[in-house]
Write a protein that binds this ligand. Structure first.
Ligand code: NAD
Length: 543
């Protein structure tokens, strides 16, 4: 096709309110009831075909562990081999397809997801299967994913437009080729949108992908796969292979066509991947690209000049929304004595007022944590805190697994700033606070920087500009997403590209051109219009 094709200018998808009386609330409630009453059987999707292995596992609601939402089939080595073969076949045409045609598939997928038919389905699956409130589901599985798919097309256009200079007599070009082989996309449970982006970003750039969703997000992720199919994604470009993560990984790492890992999840799992890929390095056709966004120990540090109401609200929303199961969730806070005296009582009172329960009851602010493993880990931290002299429980501290995996929103006050819950990622609704002497601002910034191995998100609250500047400088490498007078969660595609460094990941900024650059391999081409026909240079001529 001739023409300099432009992607429609993306704008962030508006967040619907779901307030009483709105049409979106009525339509979503109907879909929730329908989904709860009709369990889904989730197959694998390989070469565009549904595959049922008979190795079946149940999908249960975290807030009601007796509620079976469906089952999913699990991939074994034979299906992984079939998926690799299918991706190899798809690569032949997809990797050569014009980028505008690939982009059209993702723009259509975004529009399908924005429409109530799919928006309700994916939001309902995220609410039931991952225990998100309606607002948390809407900003994740609808808005963020629509933004990922639309903005990535816009960033791809810019990448392809970037061309080298040409000296007289020649024409230089850059061709941005997809990688040779398949990408392995391994997604976490906590954001539905991440699943759609981990497979979508490499595929948009012409790659083929084997996508292994988290076993606790299979339901919502399966619907995303169906949207991509309906949008016209050719068979085999993305193969959907849920199942046992170690078994699937064992069957495909070491394959010569493995060209890249697009991972989001915990730091330990990512480090395991890196070691294994390094160990097999001689077996691969190319050096695999390794992209991983991993854990966090995200902070709020308040200066004595901070507004106590703003700090309190940021703490509550930052720490407890989605039960603290955001990689960006505030999980440690540093508050000066003078400010603490002005905000402690209201913080405790507000935390105690939080309503927790089934997210299909829209009055709840929190649901349950994802599964029994998370519940056991968090309750053990709380039990140890109850026994310890270094820390006291200010609010919450209760847990109850009789119906679902419920952990109360919990505030801990740590006398020891290196107490375990100030340093380690808990991934739950527990916020640990350390109160410091007002005159120890600089020392506290150094403490924030050195307390944990992570560097994902962080926030400073200060109405004193010099203090805010000091924090920005002292914490330059402590967070890949840094906020001034705002909570450390809620990054928006196209506005705050997301990712962290140190133990938090490779910081390839999901939903930005930086991420897409990892999925291409440039070819530089030089064409000369009037090539030389004699090897001798003028300097060799006789005087
Ligand atoms: P997880 O590490 O348990 O799982 C992530 C994915 O890895 C899943 O698909 C899982 O099945 C797979 N996996 C787990 N063990 C594996 C193994 N031994 N071999 C192969 N694959 C394996 O993480 P999670 O509980 O799903 O998600 C929470 C974690 O993700 C937290 O640490 C959080 O901070 C992080 N996270 C980070 C970001 C970010 O952008 N930095 C975003 C979301 C989540």
């Amino acid at each position: 096709m001739n023409g300099s094709i432009r992607i429609p200018t993306p704008i962030n998808e508006p967040v619907l309110s779901y307030a009483p009386g709105t049409p979106e609330r009525a339509s979503l409630k109907a879909r929730l009831a329908e989904m709860a009453a009709n369990p889904v059987e989730v197959p694998l999707i390989i070469s565009g075909e549904e595959v049922r292995t008979g190795d079946v596992h149940e999908i249960r609601a975290p807030h009601d562990h007796q509620q079976v939402l469906g089952t999913y089939h699990s991939a074994g080595p034979a299906e992984v081999a079939r998926a690799i073969e299918s991706s190899r076949e798809a690569w032949e045409t997809w990797s050569r397809m014009a980028w505008v045609d690939r982009a059209a598939v993702f723009l259509r997928a975004a529009d399908l997801l924005a429409h109530p038919r799919w928006r309700d389905t994916v939001n309902a699956a995220t609410m039931l299967g991952q225990s998100k409130t309606v607002h948390q589901a809407e900003i994740d599985s609808a808005c963020e994913l629509i933004d990922f798919w639309r903005f990535n097309c816009h960033f791809a256009e810019k990448i392809y437009a970037d061309q080298p200079l040409s000296a007289p007599g020649m024409w230089n070009r850059s061709e941005y080729r997809p990688l040779e082989g398949f990408i392995y996309a391994v997604s976490p449970f906590n954001f539905t949108s991440i699943g759609g982006n981990l497979c979508g970003a490499p595929a948009l750039m012409g790659n083929v992908v084997l996508w292994k969703p988290s076993h606790t997000a299979v339901l919502s992720n399966y619907f995303l796969m169906r949207i991509l199919v309906e949008a016209g994604l050719p068979a085999g470009v993305v193969n959907f292979i849920p199942g046992d993560s170690s078994r699937i990984t064992d069957s495909l790492l070491g394959h010569p066509d493995f060209a890249g890992l697009h991972f989001t999840g915990s730091t330990g799992v990512f480090q395991m991947f890196w070691e294994r890929i390094g160990g097999d390095i001689a077996q691969y056709r190319s050096y695999p690209r390794i992209v991983g966004e991993t854990g966090g120990k995200d902070f709020i540090v308040a200066h004595p000049s901070a507004d106590p109401d703003a700090v309190r609200t940021a703490m509550i929303r930052g720490a407890f929304e989605y039960q603290g199961q955001k990689c960006s969730a505030a999980s440690r806070a540093y508050v000066p004595e003078s400010l603490w005296a002005r905000m402690k009582d209201s913080l405790v009172e507000e935390t105690r007022s939080i309503r927790m329960g089934d997210p299909t009851d829209f009055r709840n602010f929190m649901g349950a944590v994802i599964d029994e493993k998370a519940f056991r880990k968090l309750s053990a931290y709380i039990d140890r805190a109850r026994e310890s002299e270094d820390v006291e429980i200010l609010a919450g501290g209760g847990y109850d697994d009789s119906k679902g995996w419920f952990i109360e929103p919990t505030l801990l006050l740590a006398h020891d700033p290196k107490y375990e819950t100030m340093c380690e990622e808990l991934f739950g609704p527990v916020l640990t606070i350390h109160v410091y002497p007002d005159d120890q601002w600089r020392e506290t910034l150094a403490l924030v920087d050195s307390t944990s191995p992570y560097a994902l998100t962080g926030a400073v609250f200060s109405l004193d500009r010099d203090a805010a500047r000091e924090a920005m400088d002292a914490l330059r490498h402590a967070a890949g997403n840094f906020y001034v007078n705002d909570k450390p969660t809620g990054a928006v595609v196209g506005q705050q590209p997301f990712g962290g460094s140190r133990a938090s990941g490779t910081n390839d900024k999901a939903g930005s051109a930086l991420n897409l650059l990892r999925w291409i391999s440039a070819r530089s081409m030089k064409e000369t219009f009037d090539p030389p026909t004699d090897y001798r240079y003028p300097f060799m001529n006789a005087e």
